[in-house]
Design a protein around this ligand. Structure first.
Ligand SMILES: Nc1nc2c(c(=O)[nH]1)N[C@H]1C(S)=C(S)[C@@H](COP(=O)(O)O)O[C@H]1N2
Ligand SMILES: [Mo]
Length: 313
């Protein structure tokens, strides 16, 4: 991990992180706007405060949505460039070189810019505890850190208001030897409608559990859109482009009848080959019901008013 390149105050030992559970609870269950703002906190003040007044532990965790462990989050991954076996990704991605790194942000914007990763880490980092629901029917709860995507878009000043945002993963066949066998077209590409991209729940994540983003989770920077299926969360981003037409997306190109552009978590719209009504939370015994918009309906349902969610799946 490129620890030496990460500002020291962006790193939280896991022990300190675990003492902060009461702060995270609100973001975890995040049903209301109030809960969302509670999940958004400047990083440094929390560390200072929590280190001096450690909180009692377990009782403060949500009874229904416990954080997944570091081990679970970092050893059960989808990152086809490295492996199509979830358990193998961590080892295969271990030598992935992510420093130096830059992200090119452009397209229909007034101030296109190539951002060095070190400068992106200087943007105020916050923590976001989100449910993560893969289209395959499994889920986790992950304590990300990062910043709202809209903060970055505001820096480049989009010149349109009704467009889309296209994302592209770095691709290097040398470093990502499974690329040729992945069965998908690479580089991996994804997209959001501009209003989805500007939504405060949409983040660019730069780490988890207070540590720099592990390679297998999309180092050094990846998208997280908690009300959408996990494949929207494109990893190891190199390019972000504001565009005026709906951009192509990797899984939609691969199987358009199975993976839509919107990919909103929806228990009522089955995948052609399996139900989406319930999910396997990693670490739990029984499957649990899947929630509309992954439990974030209060905050995002308005974005899709009047849209047929069966057609625009
Ligand atoms: N570049 C790239 N991004 C990707 C993927 C991928 O294979 N390549 N897999 C997606 C899928 S299907 C999921 S569920 C999430 C998994 O993220 P995680 O490994 O951090 O849980 O990453 C998404 N982003
Ligand atoms: Mo996924």
């Amino acid at each position: 991990m490129p620890d030496s390149k990460i500002p020291q105050d962006a790193i939280t030992p896991e022990s300190v992180f675990l003492n902060r559970r009461n702060f995270m609870r609100a973001g975890l269950v995040a049903g209301t706007a109030l809960a969302t703002s509670a999940a958004y906190r400047a990083f440094n003040p929390i560390i200072a405060q929590e280190t001096s007044t450690p909180e009692p532990a377990l009782a403060l965790q949500s009874a229904t949505d416990k954080l997944n462990t570091w081990q679970e989050i970092t050893h059960y991954n989808n990152f086809y460039e490295f492996s199509t076996s979830k358990q193998a990704v961590a080892a295969r991605a271990a030598d992935f070189i992510t420093t130096p790194w830059h992200v090119e942000v452009g397209g229909l914007v007034a101030k296109p810019q190539v951002f060095d990763m070190l400068d992106l880490l200087k943007l105020e980092q916050a923590e976001f505890i989100y449910r993560h629901r893969c289209v395959e029917g499994w889920s986790m709860v992950i304590p990300w850190q990062g910043f709202e995507l809209r903060k970055l878009l505001e820096l480049v000043a989009p010149t349109i208001s009704n467009g889309f945002v296209a994302f592209e993963t770095y691709y290097d066949a040398q470093q990502m030897p499974n690329g040729r066998f992945a069965g998908i077209e690479l580089p991996y590409v994804e997209g959001l409608r501009l209003d989805e991209a500007m939504h405060p729940l949409t983040i660019l994540a730069t780490g988890l559990y207070g540590k720099p983003m592990p390679n297998q989770n999309g180092a050094p920077i990846r998208l997280v859109v908690p009300w959408k299926y996990g494949f929207k969360g494109i990893k190891s981003i190199r390019k972000i482009t504001v565009v005026d037409t709906m951009p192509p997306t990797t899984w939609h190109k691969s199987a358009p009848q199975e993976y839509g552009f919107y990919a909103n978590v929806n228990p009522d719209v089955a995948h052609p080959r399996w139900s989406q009504a319930d999910e396997q939370r990693i670490g739990e015994f029984r499957r649990r019901p899947t929630q509309m918009f992954n439990g974030y309906a209060d905050q995002v349902a308005h974005l899709y008013q009047g849209m047929n969610l069966e057609e625009n799946f």
